[in-house]
Design a protein around this ligand. Sequence first.
Ligand code: HSE
Length: 310
Amino acid sequence: MKNDMCKTIKVKVPATTANLGPGFDIFGASLSLYNELEVSLASDPKKAKFIISGEGKKILPKDEKNILWKAMSAVFEELGVKDKYTLKSFNIKLTNNIPLSSGLGSSSAARAAGIVAANKICGNKLSKEEMLKIGIKLEGHPDNIVPAFYGGVCISVRDDNGNFEIVKLPSLKMKAVVCTPGFELATERSRNILPEKYDRKDIVFNGARIALLTKAFCTGDFLLLQKAMQDKLHQPYRAKLIPVMQELISSAVDAGAYGACLSGSGPSMIAFSSAAKAKDISKVMAKVWKKETVPTKLFILDFDNKGLQA
Ligand code: HSE
């Protein structure tokens, strides 16, 4: 086989935070927490290995149900080589640092890594835009997988035909404080709780804040973020699943965060701050969950500007 499969393919893919408050299914940002994938051709299908370490190592399927493999399969199908490969054609090693079902884009990281690896196996026939199209289709929404591919803060603009234009904003120089409670929340459950229709005043409320959020990110005027990260389209509904949401946001802001919101569909919360305040903010957020006897994982991250690396 004359392509990258002569050697091991390595992909490093970032965690992402979606929505950023009002930008439901539009805004997403890439964070400095990474999963790593290695894929090589198995010499003998009977000896093929699928190894997962780190997050989800005990619970993620190591068969055809795995979403990384499904993403690889989607690429093989797109390129008309689906019959050429099975899961047993490869040795796959996945090192996961992104907590599962936590609002940090673990599924889009797996899908993006699988898509890029499969495309490499096939001699890089698909462009980034074509790979992204497969990824968005698998994900069902763009705002995690777009920044996973591109890095930075991205705006995904869908047209009526379902095509996306991606706009990348200037890189952010501040810290992302992530507080992840010790329970998982499936995106599907957190989406199903949302209404089909909204009041006009709520749409206007969010529209104004999206404009403010864009200004804050483009000018570096982070003091706008407290107001700019308010939302009426998803957080109030999801607060039923995360009752301490508002307390977490207020505590983070009181401890000096520029702003805070639910990360993606949750349950992680994310606060934006200066480096000097980040640790204190993480502590107060953990304290809110502690009162509810819920343990937390805390991450003080940077914004990644590179996106997926292969
Ligand atoms: N925009 C999506 C949602 C992101 O909020 O459901 C999921 O991570």
